[in-house]
Design a binder for this molecule. Sequence first.
Ligand code: ADP
Ligand code: MG
Length: 262
Amino acid sequence: MTAMVIDNLHKRYVDRYTGEEIVAIGDVSFSVHEGEFVSILGPSGCGKTTVLNIVAGFIEKTRGTVTVGGTEVTAPGPDRGVVFQSHALFPWKTVLGNVTFGLRMKGMDKARREQAGRDVLELVGLSGFERKYPHELSGGMQQRLGVARVLVNEPAVMLMDEPFASIDAQTRRKLQQDLTALFELRRPTVFFVTHDIEEAVFLSDRVVVLSGRPSTVRDIVEVPLPRPRNWHAAVESTDFRTTVTRIESLLSGEEAHVGDGS
Ligand SMILES: Nc1ncnc2c1ncn2[C@@H]1O[C@H](COP(=O)(O)OP(=O)(O)O)[C@@H](O)[C@H]1O
Ligand SMILES: [Mg+2]
């Protein structure tokens, strides 16, 4: 089943002060299947965040269609769970309170939502921190909580915009490894934005490679790495290196467009 379809998406911004027009997205089409991990990768400023914000329903597109679960996106909704780069946690709520908030809004009873919350916290490595507050957690732990909070609601698609970009390299590696383990266990549908090629290859089933602004799809690259994945084993494999090299050449524009592989 197809979870999300983006068809001929186009976005033109008009600068509020200068009136200048910026075409951020030229023409972008791709789809994400249920239980698939798809990343969108491209140079800074090419419109990755714009694509994600349109899917989330935060901003309007200029042309094209976006459907999630067969329904056209026109506004934000609970079928799309967004993991923000900065954590957007409720500072006055405990870890468990943050995770169960969405379920509470849906009317789930306390015992069930706390059980679901504890299960997801265990999955992201936050067992034992249920009664802590966000400010008592490290940056990496806050990001885990951000993931848990979205995962617990079982959205049709999880949207992640460079969630590990502001986290130190050591912790980032661990979070990537843990996100992979969590994905392999729960199989959520994930749409992930990054400009880090190795991150995209390690995490994804497919990588949508964009050109610079106004962005178009250079190619959609299948990642041949088997699951479950482990960082050290993955990076040493020939398939990993070959895929990274292929994406590098697509990004540098050396390789001509060759079909869309979707
Ligand atoms: N609200 C806005 N008004 C005008 N231009 C914008 C706005 N938001 C983003 N842009 C421009 O659109 C382009 C794409 O931005 P963005 O989607 O954030 O790129 P990325 O996430 O790939 O770095 C950039 O040139 C950016 O300056
Ligand atoms: Mg961005």
